[in-house]
Design a protein around this ligand. Structure first.
Ligand code: ADP
Ligand code: F6P
Length: 517
């Protein structure tokens, strides 16, 4: 068994127990090569964007994989010690042998759970060896945790890679409070039932004390699957849509099930947008594009993000509304992701081909309709692009939440700008009124929505963006964490954090009173 001892544990731990967060990937990936210095690369994606400020503010401890194989463990540990000095939280790596990285990460997570939970069952490969690898890896994570936790610590497990970790911890006799949050959607029964290990996955999830989903729909799907597969009913007092927390009885234990839409650190983005150098950069970007209307999309490279559909919609818009030729430009920023997975390499080639095709058909001297960047950019640069653009085109085919939608609104220098949002992003459950909702599969519909966004009167834009900004500011990532940790029974919350977290009930009560009226 390859187990690494903790690299750093603060000696000023709160008496009420630490916050121990576990995710498959740590917020940094350490790249080791034989004859080069080690490089520390920020991990891409929404989970890291959301969790880093939460752990920093609560001096938590983050357990996960640093993107390496066991042979490099010592050098990775040393690099993590350095990183943790500035990070504001402690880190412990889980070391995985190469075979498990392949079977678990490339197989189980990327070829089973990720596509299935995003309704793309035709992309799944239900190879039993992938499932076996997932069982080994969850047990390795449980071993690392069992050597590290104190009895009062809260263990908070994140995302679809580690659905069964709670059960593996129980099997090792770890009796800590243990909560789970799913960052991606939970599929409808028709889709979930295709999973050969559906009984095991559902039963293991019930080992957690609290299970959190992004939206009410995800929770409803989960509860329906529980009923259909394990014949377990939840106890609901009132309508499921408006009850924030329901309970399920399992092995003489009560499991709570809630939904908590994740968010961003609003102030971090709005403060960056107010920096003179970021404002200046936004002006430079706007001037360089030389168009009246700038549209932006920002995504991790992923087939769930609907990038090819979106480029087709931009081309269709130019076809349907030729008056926008030379008036509008589209910037698509893509951060490389999962480069070892074949489908992701193919997707990159498809995107590049579509960009070339669209530009080939429409470009004119001094004007290019589609600008495609395939690289990670700094947070400052990202905020400058958001601020420079007038419209954000956020059209995933399916997405747990989509933080880019929220980042765009928080980075606006004023209450101007339009959010065009997929109805299949979790964010649509919060923004169905102020955003322009689209079906990403409906290419003509997205093309028309873009033209509508361009033509939207300034007062209407201001009203909608004002609503988006005030909602995201109020229900930011700290509110999300406080609401979840309150329900998870973590004793480390300050009184202010408790009252901040409890505003979720206020929101639901307000929703109820709207229904009552
Ligand atoms: P997911 O969780 O699937 O990765 P989200 O939209 O929730 O999707 O989160 C994506 C995160 O990745 C956002 O915080 C976004 O700012 C960040 N990101 C996306 N593209 C880039 C890029 N090119 N450079 C830097 N960060 C990026
Ligand atoms: O929820 C999206 C997610 O799977 C996160 O866990 C992670 O932030 C991101 O995608 C990147 O994926 P990976 O860890 O496979 O590189």
């Amino acid at each position: 068994m390859l187990v690494q001892s903790p690299i750093m544990i603060s000696d000023t731990q709160p008496t009420q127990g630490r916050l121990i967060c576990v995710s498959n990937r740590l917020p940094v990936t350490i790249r080791i090569s034989p004859d080069q210095p080690d490089t520390v690369i920020p991990s891409a994606g929404g989970l890291v964007t959301a969790l880093a400020p939460v752990l920093r503010a609560r001096k938590g401890h983050w357990i996960g994989w640093a993107g390496n194989v066991a042979a490099d463990a010592d050098r990775v540990s040393a690099a993590l010690v350095e990183f943790s000095k500035d990070a504001g939280f402690d880190l412990t790596q889980v070391i995985l042998p190469k075979d498990d990285v392949e079977g678990f990460y490339l197989g189980y997570t990327n070829r089973i759970i990720w596509p299935l939970f995003h309704d793309l069952q035709s992309r799944c490969n239900f190879d039993p060896s992938y499932w076996e690898a997932s069982q080994r890896v969850e047990t390795t994570f449980a071993t690392v945790l069992s050597n590290l936790v104190n009895s009062e610590d809260l263990i908070w497990v994140h995302d679809y890679h580690l659905l069964g970790l709670g059960a593996k911890l129980q099997a090792k006799g770890v009796l800590n409070r243990c909560a789970f949050f799913l960052h991606i959607p939970f599929p409808a029964p028709d889709i979930f039932l295709k999973l050969p290990w559906r009984n095991e996955v559902l039963s293991e999830l019930l080992a957690y004390d609290l299970i959190g989903f992004q939206t009410e729909r995800d929770r409803r799907n989960f509860l329906t699957c529980l009923d259909e597969v394990l014949h377990k009913k939840s106890t609901i007092n009132g309508s499921l849509a408006t009850v924030p927390l329901v309970s399920v009885q399992h092995n003489e234990k009560t499991v709570k099930v809630g939904y908590y839409p994740i968010s961003i650190d609003y102030n971090e983005f709005s403060e960056l947008a107010a920096l003179p150098e970021v404002k200046q950069r936004a002006i430079e970007v706007g001037e360089a594009m030389k168009v009246a209307h700038l549209v932006i999309s920002v995504d991790r490279l992923d087939y769930t993000k609907g990038i090819p559909h979106r480029i087709r919609a931009v081309a269709r818009m130019l076809e349907l509304f030729p008056e926008l030729i030379e008036q509008i430009a589209f910037i698509q920023i893509v951060v490389p992701s999962r480069e070892d997975v074949t489908e992701y390499r193919d997707l990159r080639a498809e995107i590049e081909q579509l960009v070339t095709k669209t530009n080939g058909a429409y470009a004119k001297p001094g004007w290019t309709p589609v600008h495609h960047f395939f690289r990670s950019i700094t947070r400052e640069e990202l905020v400058a692009y958001y601020a420079a653009a007038e419209i954000a085109l956020v059209t995933p085919l399916k997405d747990g939440m989509n933080l880019v939608a929220k980042e765009f609104c928080a980075s606006r220098p004023s209450s101007d700008g339009v959010l065009v949002l997929s109805e299949f992003a979790g964010a649509a459950s919060e923004f169905f009124e102020p955003a322009l909702l689209v079906n990403p599969y409906d290419i003509d519909g997205v093309a028309r929505a873009l033209a509508d966004a361009v033509r939207m009167p300034p007062e209407e834009r201001g009203r909608r963006m004002g609503l988006l900004q005030s909602q995201i500011r109020k229900y930011d990532v700290h509110h999300w964490a406080n609401a979840f940790l309150l329900d998870a029974g973590w004793k480390g919350l300050s009184t202010a954090q408790q009252s901040n977290g409890s505003t979720i009930w206020e929101r639901l009560r307000r929703a109820l009173s709207v229904f009552d009226a």
